[in-house]
Design a protein around this ligand. Structure first.
Ligand SMILES: [Zn+2]
Length: 339
């Protein structure tokens, strides 16, 4: 796809901007969730003003070719209830940052700031694997675990706006240290980072089963990542298949906990690890069934892999902003939309 194709003037277009730890990904998204153009920049993580500059640069580049309705920003972190202020972002320099006000002033258009996991879940609920589900839980497996709950067409953020931290449920008492300060959090066992760490540990232990994996990185265990293990598992490396299955075990256990607490109609698994497809899904489903409380007596929610991949945050942020601007609502709860 060319960076900015010259398709002009489609009504209801919004820009979705997904601010990750290393990359700012932006796209022009139409009312059907189709990405018409996209651009990416490295994330200037050190200075909030530089992040704003990067956002403004991306918006003006798109505006040269498209008539834009609104702008949605998705970022890791906690937003206040109104979707105006970023209270805290783990890998950006935002602390109580009034991001929406700053950007609306500079861009002279409606801006919405949302949690990136909510945006990804919204994209799957609107157009993807969870389309139309009345109570949907999405988990995004990347560096950690992002979580969202979409109930009756609304993103649920909790009383204080900080719900969805599923990745920090403690699943192994006194387990691996988590950057949140606790030990044994779910994301230390069921994320892309966890998969990479397990691969590295296996390689460092000089286990004969890790020889092929180690050879693939030129003998350097530090070069083993979750993405590499996922790729090699898909290619049939039996050790990497086992490592993905282990993640599925933990993933299914955590989903069973979420089912007990939230009773969703469906789970959608997104993020980089969802690229493992059935290799991950099957052990996850088996573990989920094994750990589901009241199993045999309660319906087991189906588990699906996400459809949007890496674009979920971009598509969801754009759509939330488009609906919010059209309906005149503010904050992280766009009204239910039929379009
Ligand atoms: Zn934690």
């Amino acid at each position: 796809m060319p960076a900015v194709p010259a398709r002009l003037g489609r009504r209801g277009l919004a820009i979705g901007i997904d601010i990750g730890g290393t990359k700012v990904a932006a796209g022009v998204v139409d009312a059907h969730g189709e990405v018409l153009a996209e651009l990416a920049r490295p994330t200037p993580a050190t200075d909030p003003r530089m992040v704003e500059e990067a956002i403004m640069g991306l918006v003006s580049e798109f505006e040269a070719s498209y008539r834009i309705w609104s702008v949605g920003i998705g970022a890791a972190g906690w937003m206040d209830q109104s979707g105006s202020t970023v209270l805290f972002s783990p890998h950006l320099a935002w602390r109580n940052e009034p991001l929406r006000k700053n950007l609306e002033y500079k861009l002279r258009r409606r801006v919405m700031v949302v949690n990136d996991a909510d945006a990804a879940g919204w994209a799957e609920w609107r157009f993807g694997a969870g389309r139309g589900e009345s109570r949907l839980v999405c988990v995004t497996l990347g560096t950690g675990i992002g979580g969202s709950l979409i109930s009756n067409g609304m993103v649920e953020r909790g009383r204080y706006g900080v719900a969805g931290e599923y990745g920090h449920q403690i699943i192994v008492p006194q387990g691996h240290r988590c950057e949140c300060g606790n030990r044994g959090c779910w994301e230390q066992y069921a994320s892309g980072n966890a998969l990479g760490r397990e691969g590295r540990e296996l390689a460092r232990a000089n286990s004969p089963v890790a020889q092929d994996l180690l050879r693939a990185v030129g003998g350097d265990p530090d070069a083993i990542t979750g993405a590499l293990v996922t790729k090699r598992a898909a290619e049939g490396d039996p050790t990497c298949v086992e490592l993905v299955q282990d993640v599925g075990h933990w993933l299914g256990m955590g989903l069973a906990n979420l089912a007990a607490a939230l009773d969703p109609g469906r789970f959608v698994i997104g993020g980089g690890l969802s690229g493992a497809g059935d290799l991950l899904l099957q052990p996850t489903q088996a573990s989920f069934q094994r750990h589901l409380t009241g199993r045999g007596f309660r319906p087991a929610a189906p588990i699906s892999m996400a459809q949007f991949g890496a674009r979920a945050g971009m598509v969801g942020a754009a759509d939330m902003a488009r609906i919010s601007a059209r309906s005149g609502t503010r904050g992280t709860r766009p009204a239910r939309s039929g379009t």
